[in-house]
Ligand binder design. Sequence first.
Ligand code: GLU
Length: 431
Amino acid sequence: MSESLFADASKRLEQALKYVAISEDASTRLKYPKASLSVSIPVRMDDGSLRIFQGYRVRYDDTRGPGKGGVRYHPSVSLDEVQSLAFWMTFKCALLNLPFGGAKGGITLNPKELSKQELERLSRGYIEAIADFIGPDVDILAPDVYTNEMVMGWMMDQYSIIRRQISPGVVTGKPLTMGGSQGRDAATATGAFYVMNAILPKFELLPAKTTIAIQGFGKVGAPLAQLLCQAGYKVVAVSDSQGGIYSAKGLAIPSIQQYKSDRSGIKAIYCKDSVCNIVEHDIISNAELLALDVDVLVPAALENQITGANAAEIKAKYIFEVANGPITSAADQILAEKEIMVFPDILVNAGGVTVSYFEWVQNRSGLYWTLQEVNERLKEKMVAETETTWSIAEKFSVSMRTAAYIHGLNRLGEALDAKGTRDYYNNKSFV
Ligand code: GLU
């Protein structure tokens, strides 16, 4: 794609700006990231050699509170991608009314090529490099693609070593024993499930007669498939980076999950073994999964999966974006023409950062909540903001994506304007 990811992401802001009454100062500020840091991280590899990795942290906006966002380990990580992800976090946190701004970090690497010890040295090295840029009241890290609880534990530990004080609030998504929250591991999936359950009945899509395809059977896609399956929805296709499986009758998600974790990958399911006996299925590619004739499509992998090149092939009637940025703005237009409804990432996948907020609150108060408390509070927030976004979409006759940006923008605009606007300064009287 010739256009940068950030240029494409910014188009959503432009569309929403037409419907909000925020000051010109505020809208101008939101077009630029507040601060971007690019670092080189030296790592001693197991064979004794030294390798330098490229890392980033972008704080897009912190008007509503400290920056908040995950750290991604992936070969395609670039400053443009991290900046776009930080931009999405800004709107996501505002949309869910969390007292945070938006940030994101990443390191360019294929984590599967590193040993655990090398990954630990790299994670600690990243914190060494960005320690002055982050903090529990400045910018708070979390997991993202290919980072997990263990990586968050190393990061929190390294930051505490540097500061010479235990600082659990600098990282969320930590192991429970290091101040993590109940429910954080499955929070993105749980939140997406609450949004889908609030939306699907509006279209009379009741579980038993609703077919769903999920692209991405990882940290988020797999638990979401499980929740949907438990609720009685027919999950007919799932995939990972290697490929996918499809069964018109519906897949046996718990056994597939078990199989994938035992044998690392859905590819292992292409066998003639037990899972194949539980339910007959066809092997499909990721591209075929996206084009399946299902009611609901859930992209839960990476960005730029549905683009101008393949949007015309989509047959699902409803798309829930569980990944960040899986649909480009060019694809948005094609999907709208085909009357396919898209429920946007900044709403659908906001369960992760919402429970991250709960974790940060628990770290600060020292009082820890039960799983039930976490999930009740998560449900309340996800459903309330989904309904408000729905009403905004109806009021202005706009897409759910534009409505979500309008909702977030109103809160961001108010916060930015509270610091003073051009009108305020031009007015000569004191108040
Ligand atoms: N990486 C997740 C996201 O994109 C979670 C961020 C967080 O918990 O801060 O929303």
